[in-house]
Each structure stands twice: as structure tokens, then as C-alpha cells.
Ligand binder design. Structure first.
Ligand SMILES: [Zn+2]
Length: 462
């Protein structure tokens, strides 16, 4: 298990001492950009970097209130960034969430088929003159799954952020005369949690048994395992934070921080023993809420508490660099350069989807829609943030109001959509299997083997 994941992160724990020492000097100052000059160029010429930290939970970073020192570098970056504090993913799973991010489209809602990637963020930037490169960790982001649309280079050979950052810096330096878009992704903190001792020792006393990802645990073990998994998860984040600092140090050395926009986010959150579950793919808040920082040259720190969906990222970045988003986008422009430039929808209903469930929220309440009405779940988050008391039968007026809000947002009859999602997903699985390399030639077998071993390393296959 740990050997497989280690293959993604061969240099875990080994980062250049010089870089870290230099960075530490910077961190002693007020914020990350205290080290750099400020003469931002025209936004139309901004480079763009998106960093997807797979599985990073919103409340496990210092800039969102985690009291333990797990993310000193990102905390420093946040002091020169826009920090969106209420962001919801559109899917609690890697494949669907990234599909939504790349397209700015809901997965199922408002269309009867899972959208085929055509008008992608990378494609729009590519057409606008940006060189586009993705450096990702394979698995659910493997190139044969269709994510590569719009990228000049889509490298899914992986290696964790350590290797992906090196590859991205090589890409950036290949042509310094042209602006670039880089998409970085890493499974560095994805389960199974296996941090090196040096990052673990100051957060927990010892390595301890862990429950398998996706498995329910017995009630009496839940509290203990929750504590242990949280400690391991924090140590993973601490290491990832140190690795990411290398990228920014290099960008600074290359004199690029004055002309590069950087968005840091995750594709979904993670349950760490809450409700007796470890991992993601469910529709509970710990798995749905994600961090989002956007660093813009010359733009000072800003807290943005508005209800955001991760599909807002694509139109917001395109508008920032003065490109027109395609008509197909379903997210909204967050007006990154000037939040006062537009109005934000009040009481915005948000939606997260999985294979056969839908989720609609309006601020304080969450409704999880199942295959049958009697299986729905309703939670009042203000008093029950861990979603332990299902109010479906006791708050009927609220339940009906939320169900109507769902139909209003999606334009779909709820009775129909309960069953339609499963059919859509099953047909998509058939389509995706066709995309997967068949066992045949040596090359195809190697590709298939790579995909399967990556999924196995992440706990998806036995
Ligand atoms: Zn993921």
C-alpha cells in the first residue's frame, strides 16, 4: 500500500535546504510577496497556474483556522491572495470534480449526458495564445479519460508534486517569450495516509492502525481512529506545503511572480472518521467544502465569504485575463480583480453530485437527495455541522422548500432525476471503458497496467 503511493512521491521529504532557508526569510516578513517587487503587467499577459491538491479539506489549513502548524507556506501565500472561505465542489470524487472544473459544468444537472470536454479552460487559453501544460498524477486524471483536451502537453506520468513541479518548470522555461497556463495536480495527501516520520513526529506520537479508505468502522473505534487519521492527514499536508513552497521559490527566482496568477484549491474534501467514514465520494460537508486561494500580482489580501462553486473558477480566470468565457459555462464570474465590479447572487443554491445522489444547499441547510424520497437526508448545519441528526421527518416545510429549490436550480423534475442519474452514470461508465486501453499490444497493456496500479495505490481497487 505505502510502497505504491510512495511511487507517486519518490522524493517525499527531500526538498532543497537552500530553497527552504531562503523561503523562511521571506516568511518572516508579512506575506509571500514581501520578497518580490510589484509592477504587475497587463492582465491579458498574465501567466496562469492552477494547483489542485487532491483531497485537501477546507478546515485543515492554517489560513482557514487550523490551529496546528500544518501549512505555513500556504498561510503566507494567503496573506497576498484572495481567500474564498465558502467554496463547494461539484463532485466529491477526483474524475467528476476535475471534469466540472475544466468545463465549468455540472456533471448531471441541466443536461442528460455527462458533458464531453470541448470548451475547456485549457482550450480557451490555448486559443487565446497561451502555451498549455498539465502535470498530473494519473489515476482518475489519466490522459485517456478525456481531461487532456486543450493542453499542448498532458503529462500524467505522476511522481507527486515534487516531480510534477520540476516538469512544469521545465515546460515554463522552454519558451519564456510566450505566456503559459500550467495545471498541477498531486495525490500527495490522498489516502492512504503515509507521511514520513519527520513530518509526523511533532503532530502525533506514533504510527497507528488505520481503517481502510471507504470502509465504515465500528462505533467504539471511531473516535480513536478519527484522532489518528487526522494526525496522519495533517502530517501529509505539512509535507505537501513544504514541497509546494519550492514552486513559488522557483517562480520568484525566474522573476515570474509579477506576471503570474496562481489558484490553489482542491477537488474535494475528506472525511477522517466523521460518521465512521474515511475518504470521500459521499455528500457530507467535510467532503464537499474546499479551500480556494487566488494570488493575483499586485492584488492584496482579501477575504471573500460569498457562496462559491468550483465551476466558478473557469469563467473567473478567463474574465481576469480578458478572455470571453464560452456560452457553455455554468459557473459565474467572481470578479477576481475587483469584487465590487459585479453583484453576487443572494441565497445562492449550490449543487454537488455523485453517481446516484444530488445535493442542494442554501446556506445553513443541506439536503441530500437519494434514489427514493424516504431515503433523503436533511441537516441544519448551523447547529449540527457534523450532520448527525436527520431532520427529514421533523422539518417537512424546510424539506419541501429545499426540494423545490433543487428543481428550480436544475430545471428537472425531482422524481425523474432520482432515477435518471443512475442511468446516465451507467452509460458513462460504458463510454469510459471504451476510452480505456484494451489489453492487446504491449503498449496498451502497459498503459492499462499503469492505470490499474495507480487506482490500486489510491485504494480504489483490491
Ligand atoms: Zn480527488
Amino acid at each position: 500500500m505505502s510502497d505504491q503511493k510512495a511511487r507517486f512521491n519518490p522524493a517525499r521529504g527531500s526538498f532543497p535546504g537552500f530553497a527552504v532557508r531562503m523561503l523562511s526569510i521571506c516568511l518572516l516578513m508579512s506575506g509571500f510577496t514581501a520578497c518580490i517587487r510589484h509592477s504587475p503587467s497587463n492582465p491579458s499577459n498574465f501567466n496562469v497556474i492552477c494547483i489542485s491538491i487532491d483531497s485537501l479539506r477546507v478546515d485543515f489549513v492554517g489560513f482557514n483556522g487550523m490551529p496546528d502548524p500544518v501549512s505555513p507556506f500556504l498561510d503566507s501565500l494567503s496573506r497576498d491572495s484572495i481567500n474564498f472561505t465558502d467554496v463547494m465542489t461539484q463532485a466529491p470524487s477526483t474524475f467528476f470534480s476535475h471534469r466540472a472544473i475544466f468545463l465549468s459544468r455540472y456533471i448531471f444537472a441541466q443536461h442528460r449526458n455527462i458533458p464531453v470536454p470541448t470548451e475547456t479552460l485549457a482550450g480557451q487559453l490555448q486559443r487565446g495564445g497561451w502555451r498549455t501544460g498539465a502535470f498530473v498524477d494519473g489515476g482518475w486524471l489519466s490522459n485517456h479519460l478525456g481531461h487532456q483536451i486543450g493542453f499542448d502537453i498532458y503529462d500524467d506520468s505522476g511522481g507527486g508534486f515534487t516531480k510534477n513541479i520540476v516538469k512544469s518548470l521545465q515546460f515554463i522555461q522552454e519558451d519564456r517569450d510566450r505566456k503559459f497556463f500550467v495545471f498541477l495536480h498531486g495525490y500527495d495527501i490522498h489516502a492512504p495516509y503515509n507521511p514520513p516520520e519527520e513530518f509526523l513526529t511533532h503532530l502525533t506520537k506514533s504510527r497507528t492502525p488505520r481503517i481502510p479508505v471507504g470502509a465504515s468502522c465500528e462505533q467504539e473505534k471511531a473516535a480513536r481512529l478519527k484522532h489518528e487519521n487526522r494526525a496522519l492527514f495533517k502530517a501529509e499536508i505539512r509535507q505537501c506545503d513544504a514541497v509546494l513552497s519550492q514552486l513559488f521559490f522557483s517562480l520568484q527566482q525566474l522573476d515570474l511572480m509579477d506576471e503570474t496568477v496562481v489558484a490553489v484549491f482542491s477537488d474535494h474534501g475528506e472525511s477522517l472518521g466523521e460518521r465512521g467514514y474515511v475518504g470521500h465520494s459521499q455528500l457530507y460537508q467535510k467532503q464537499l467544502k474546499i479551500p480556494l486561494l487566488v494570488y493575483i500580482p499586485g492584488h492584496r489580501t482579501q477575504l471573500r465569504p460569498e457562496p462559491v462553486e468550483v465551476i466558478d473558477l473557469m469563467p473567473s480566470i478567463l474574465e481576469l485575463v480578458n478572455l470571453q468565457p464560452p456560452d457553455s459555462v455554468q459557473g459565474i464570474d467572481l470578479h477576481l480583480a475587483d469584487s465590487s465590479a459585479g453583484t453576487f447572487p443572494e441565497n445562492r443554491a449550490r449543487l454537488t453530485e455523485t453517481t446516484d445522489e444530488a445535493f442542494s444547499a442554501d446556506g445553513e441547510w443541506s439536503l441530500i437527495l437519494r434514489d427514493k424520497p424516504e431515503n433523503d437526508e436533511l441537516y441544519f448545519l448551523s447547529v449540527d455541522p457534523e450532520e448527525t441528526v436527520n431532520l427529514r421527518d421533523s422539518s417537512v416545510d424546510r424539506l419541501n422548500m429545499m426540494r423545490r429549490a433543487y428543481e428550480e436550480k436544475t430545471g428537472e423534475d425531482l422524481a425523474v432525476s432520482r432515477t435518471a442519474k443512475k442511468e446516465i452514470y451507467q452509460s458513462d461508465m460504458v463510454a469510459r471503458k471504451r476510452l480505456m486501453p484494451a489489453r492487446g499490444s504491449q503498449k496498451e497493456s502497459a498503459s492499462q497496467e499503469k492505470f490499474e496500479s495507480e487506482l490500486r495505490a489510491l485504494g480504489y481497487l483490491n
